[in-house]
Design a protein around this ligand. Structure first.
Ligand code: ADP
Length: 586
């Protein structure tokens, strides 16, 4: 895990997103608010009716027909409330879903456009927890929290309004709990925000460590690293435990205080109302109605307080999700247009960490159509050079240019049609074979797909599949062999049709028999293109126009196979030792 996590949005950033979302869903929001207002207002009629009845019956001013009328009103009010509530719930859930869908779509678009170098640096745990548990937390808040907050907030306001209309003097009693709730909530919210941020971050770290342990299980086992890894997990768990305990501690103070807060008004209204009644400043009906209002407030206030807490988790998660938007583009305002196919790296220096350069002044200018092989011991910077040549990372010093413009200034989608990096990883995406191929060329017709497959020698096995190019592959579908997966990746390259290919040990993971077949596919893909290949096996390097030998981030030798052998330096030594190995002869 790296410390360089992804950014987190500040309060203003989260508010901006909130305002944008509200603006985008104005109409639906108005409908939800309107329906809930009708439901809340019809809910106010029952206490008023009961108050009137008690008042009228105790003073003897109410006729039997009057009681009937009031009862009909009561029934009607309940019916309207139930109907309005039903439609209001439906509308608010729908609003929640569409808000959430928009958030998720925006997030996905941002995440998939993140610069590769930043995703790698941030570590998987951070991004994984943002895409899973944080999205879940926001979903909960948006689906249920926001609608419920609207409802409870409105119910409280309308109920208070009705109480004050009834008798302002008695209604003051309802406010008895306000100082207690406001002060304790302020105390709580000030501390819970940072508390929840820490809690979510600790979750990200835990996911990261567990994920790393599962993915690296074999390595951990082989190197007997289990105790080290267990210690790391224990530490992540302890941090999560401490973070959870802290927020739990806060809640255990705040909840009892607020509970007291919503019981208090009923007691105060009854005592205070009784006192006013004695002084002739209130009627029995008014006190009854307002006491019932105070009781009716208990539910919404409790819910409001509850949601305010969960809203904190939601906004903290949202800040982490929105924070991904703040990742600076690694190619800001990219609009460079290469003039020609010439790739040129001059004087490049680069390090993954400050102060440690893994490339120390490399010059590489391939001729158009040239085949270059890069060899050298592991860790000498070959893969790093491949990443810089293809614009995955930018050099710290020096330039990498394509057709006279900086590669980092060319929009990524354009750049990939000129220069592509082919690595050992050949992910088969879940979908049809055609879907997999069209990732490279979304508009390609079926005929073009078949042509690409035939170039790499894959058309035969694809035709033999149950549904040809429409066969579903990947997890849950037909599982491709590593060689087939690689051929699929090569066919994708044919469709993408870049003039320059940088191959990073592209065939090294396969068994030699499969590799030989693949090399033929690869040869056909490479024909007519500039190729810079990081050679794992020296016999592939042998046929290159130029061989470059790297050591400690520098090019130490450069020339054809014969030239380098007669030079009798690094390459000649590598060549001799490779020939001496029995498996070198494959
Ligand atoms: P090669 O391809 O020749 O084996 P690399 O370019 O992979 O060499 O690595 C060069 C150096 O850079 C090594 O010391 C390696 O540990 C380091 N390195 C490679 N990738 C990263 C990375 N993502 N973060 C930090 N250091 C890295």
């Amino acid at each position: 895990m790296s410390e360089a996590g992804l950014p987190i949005a500040d309060g203003a950033g989260v508010r901006r997103v909130g305002v944008e979302l509200v603006r985008a869903h104005r109409g639906e929001l108005a409908l939800v608010v309107g329906l809930h207002a009708i439901a809340a207002m019809s809910g106010l009629i029952a206490p008023w009716v009961i108050g009137r009845m008690i008042e009228g019956l105790s003073s003897g001013t109410l006729e039997v027909s009057g009681v009937d009328l009031l009862l009909i009103l009561l029934a009607a009010a309940v019916a309207v409330q139930a109907t309005a509530t039903r439609f209001a719930q439906f509308a608010s859930l729908r609003l929640g879903e569409s808000v959430f869908a928009r958030l998720r779509e925006n997030f996905l678009a941002t995440v998939t456009a993140l610069p590769l170098s930043i995703v790698e640096r941030a570590g998987t745990g951070d991004l994984l927890s943002r895409t899973t548990s944080d999205i879940d937390a926001v979903a909960q808040t948006v689906r249920f929290g926001v609608p419920r907050l609207l409802v409870t907030g409105m119910t409280i306001l309308l109920t208070l309004g009705a109480a004050f209309l009834m008798n302002p003097l008695v209604a003051v009693g309802v406010l008895a709990a306000v100082p207690l709730i406001v002060l304790s909530s302020r105390w709580y919210l000030r501390r819970s925000g940072p508390g929840y941020r820490r809690q979510l971050a600790s979750y990200g770290r835990m996911v990261g460590v567990v994920n790393e342990t599962v993915e690296g299980a074999r390595t951990i086992d082989a190197l007997a690293l289990a105790p080290v890894q267990r210690l790391k997990i224990d530490r992540a768990l302890a941090e999560r435990d401490a973070a959870e305990r802290y927020t739990l501690g806060l809640r255990s103070v705040w909840y009892p205080l607020t509970t007291l807060g919503f019981l208090l008004p009923v007691i105060v209204v009854l005592l205070w109302g009784g006192f006013l009644l004695d002084g002739g400043l209130a009627t029995v009906g008014a006190v009854t109605t307002i006491a019932l209002y105070a009781m009716q407030l208990t539910g919404p206030v409790e819910e409001l307080v509850n949601w305010m807490d969960r809203l904190q988790v939601g906004t903290t998660a949202l800040a982490r999700i929105v924070g991904v938007d703040l990742v600076p583009s690694d190619r800001p305002g990219a609009d460079g247009r290469p003039q020609g196919d010439q790739l040129a790296a001059r004087g490049i220096r680069f390090g993954y960490r400050d102060g440690v350069d893994v490339l120390r002044g490399v010059d590489l200018v391939p001729e158009v159509g040239e085949r270059i092989a890069i060899v050298g011991p592991s860790g000498s910077g070959k893969s790093t050079l491949a990443r810089l040549l293809t614009g995955v990372n930018a050099p710290r010093e020096g330039t990498v240019e394509l057709g006279g413009v900086d590669v980092m200034s060319i929009p990524l989608s354009d750049l990939r049609r000129h220069v592509a990096l082919v690595t050992q990883e050949h992910h088969v995406f879940v979908g049809t074979l055609a879907d997999n191929l069209r990732l490279a060329a979304p508009d390609a017709r079926d005929g073009e797909l078949e042509e690409a497959l035939s170039v790499v020698g894959a058309l035969r096995w694809v035709r033999a599949m149950p549904h040809g190019v429409e066969t579903v592959v990947g997890s849950g579908g037909v599982v491709l062999t590593p060689a087939q997966a690689q051929q699929l990746a090569l066919a994708r390259l044919v469709l993408l049709d870049p003039h320059t290919l940088v191959l990073d040990e592209a065939t090294s993971l396969l068994d030699p028999r499969a590799a030989r077949g693949l090399e033929q596919s690869l040869d056909r893909v490479l024909a007519g293109r500039t190729v810079i290949a990081i050679a794992h096996r020296l016999h592939t390097a042998r046929d290159a126009d130029r061989i470059i030998v790297m050591r400690d981030g520098e090019i130490v030798e450069s020339g054809s196979h014969d030239e380098l052998v007669s030079l009798d330096g690094e390459y000649a030594a590598l060549w001799r030792s490779w020939q001496a190995e029995p498996e070198g002869e494959d």
